[in-house]
Design a protein. Structure first.
Length: 589
């Protein structure tokens, strides 16, 4: 058999043979309920190579467990169509008697929810013995030795042999299930939510145990979980599943670092294991009823359009080892600024280069924090991005087109900015209503009546009064918090796809600051716009950002996901310059 070299990046420490141990073709699972078909798995295809460690993630109800049961031909109360080939044998075509030769001996499953799976009236010894008796012609003494061997293998003291499931902890019961699955030395192990409902220490122990066992026995493993730490540490390839379909496939490390589907990103951003300090908002809405038309994720996607409502996306390659099911080819890049340079001439005749060869990207639906101390060039870069300042060199693209003549700021669905000082950002001479409708008046959007209606709606969404007296009140008679909310409503009235927020709470007291940030983040989730949040406040950036750019002396000196920049490295950055830059504006080592 021809082999390929060890791939250290994928975390595989033994040779992978070029052979599919499992091939799933056009598999569907439909459950019948009161004459209604509930689609759990929708025509999916999948290949698993011998020795591979594959993970599947998705929200509850996405079809993960149904897929595992269908592979084992254990679906009850439903119909299964398609093919499941294990070493060229279609398991779905076998009788129950013939299937017994494959279950446990070739394919075994470790179920979730151990209290329900284990028989409450049988001892641990009896439960582990059962598959041994079924599949081996062993004597009582051999069975007893095998049980002892398996319990020791999974780290269980043999004194628990005569105990019942309810007398064991959750982590211990999970070890019992793993021991049962290994009784016949299977070639493929399916592990369904192995760390669900376990405490942190038990989760770590189970993950370490499974890693040890797969290295010892070199079995292929399919791991189903919604716990990102479990997936990250147990798998080398990852599939995201939504409404019974695969929406993204790629190497685990690369998918977690740079997801290409909005749903995958939402799952990752909702994970406290990856973002321990961030406010967790989840994905807006909930999964709707199945339709045969359009993208199933349409109503929850921040970049969906009419085409997505009508066209069902198919998996397609977007890289060498990455596939995404998205009508727009994956997550769209809204803003792409390249090699920006901006220099000021000072009063003494000298020149100050405020921005030096700087680039920044913001993709659909994400919050990017641009952090750095005062004077690092953040606000200058923000003004260049919206054409409020002209750079000496560099290019700015919005939705793939060069942003010239303030194109992006003069359109519905474009780019807008909220400035730091709410008192200079909103004119004293204008009323609240006039300030909010002004961008629509400038571009002559629709009728004056509809402009007013839209402005009132935005004021409601930022939790401001919409009475006639407030709408006609001069902005100079508002508090700082109210003026900032008016400025936010003004920036959102054109339905921007990208909002640049430049230190918008730095002049406000902590209580007002918290309320405005929480409301802005809520609007960002519900409306689906992207945000470039500029701040010198590290703690604030940690709570809201998906990605982070660190700026110092006009240059970007660090970038990555917030977990990479803030959490995993603990401010111990790759360069001394980056580290000193963080400390200088409030970070800690």
């Amino acid at each position: 058999m021809k082999s390929i070299p060890i791939d250290v990046k994928m975390g595989v420490d033994y040779l992978l043979e070029e052979q599919n141990i499992l091939e799933v073709k056009d598999l569907s699972v439909n459950y019948i309920s009161r004459e209604e078909k509930v689609k759990a798995v929708d025509k999916i295809s999948l290949n698993i190579k011998k020795g591979e460690n594959l993970g599947i993630i998705g929200e509850s109800g996405c079809g993960k467990s149904s897929l595992a049961l269908a592979i084992m031909n254990l679906i009850t109360g439903g119909e299964v169509t398609g093919n499941v080939f294990y070493k060229n044998t279609d398991l779905l075509k076998l009788s129950e008697q013939k299937l017994k030769k494959f279950r446990w001996q070739e394919i075994a499953i470790v179920f979730q929810n151990s209290l329900n799976v284990l028989n409450p009236v049988l001892t641990i010894k009896e439960q582990i013995s059962e598959p041994i008796k079924t599949h081996h012609n062993f004597s009582k003494e051999q069975i007893a030795r095998k049980v002892t061997e398996l319990m020791e293998l999974v780290g269980l003291d043999t004194r628990w042999e005569e105990s019942y499931p309810h007398q064991l902890s959750g982590g211990m019961r999970q070890r019992v299930l793993i021991a049962m699955a290994l009784t016949c030395n299977p070639k493929l192990l399916i592990v369904d939510e192995p760390t669900a409902s376990l405490d942190r220490e038990s989760k770590t122990q189970i993950i370490n145990l499974l890693n040890y066992l797969k290295k010892k026995y070199k079995f292929t493993m399919l791991v189903i979980s919604h716990n990102m730490k479990t997936i990250k540490q147990l798998t080398s390839r990852l599939i995201t599943m939504y409404k019974g379909r695969f929406v993204e496939i790629g190497l685990t490390e690369e998918v977690i670092k740079n997801p290409e589907h909005c749903y995958t990103r939402g799952l990752l951003n909702s994970s406290p294991e990856l973002f321990p300090y961030k406010d967790l908002w989840g994905i807006k809405g909930s999964a709707e009823e199945d339709t045969d038309k359009g993208c199933a994720f349409y109503s929850r996607c921040p970049q969906s359009n009419q085409n997505c409502q009508d066209k069902k996306p198919e998996l397609a390659y977007v890289g060498v080892e990455r596939m995404v099911a998205c009508n727009q080819g994956g997550i769209i890049t809204f803003l792409d600024a390249r090699d920006i340079n901006k220099t000021y001439k000072l009063e003494n005749g000298n020149y100050l280069q405020a921005v030096k060869n700087t680039g920044i990207q913001v993709r659909s639906g994400e919050v990017v924090a641009l952090v750095g101390k005062s004077g690092s060039g953040k606000s200058t870069l923000a003004r260049v991005l919206v054409n409020a300042l002209k750079p000496e060199s560099g290019e700015i693209y919005f939705l793939g087109e060069k942003n010239e003549n303030e194109r992006a700021t003069k359109m519905i669905g474009g780019m807008q900015i909220v400035f730091q000082d709410p008192f200079t950002a909103t004119s004293d001479r204008l009323s609240v209503l006039e300030v909010v409708t002004e961008p629509l008046d400038i571009i002559k959007w629709n009728t004056p009546a509809l402009r007013k209606e839209k402005a009132i709606l935005l004021l409601q969404e930022v939790q401001l009064p919409t009475t006639s007296s407030f709408l006609n009140r001069s902005c100079q008679n508002l508090s700082g918090g109210q003026r900032q909310r008016v400025a936010i409503a003004r920036s959102l009235v054109t339905d921007p796809k990208l909002l640049i927020a430049d230190e918008i709470t730095s002049m406000l007291d902590p209580s007002v600051q918290a309320n405005i940030i929480r409301k802005l983040k809520e609007l960002q989730i519900n409306k689906g716009f992207s945000m470039l949040y500029i701040t010198h406040n590290i703690d604030l950036a940690k709570k809201i950002a998906d990605k982070v750019y660190v700026m110092q002396d006009g240059e970007i000196i660090q970038k990555g996901s917030s977990s990479e920049v803030f959490h995993e490295r603990g401010y111990n950055y790759v360069s001394e310059r980056t580290e000193s830059g963080i400390r200088s504006f409030g970070g800690s080592k």
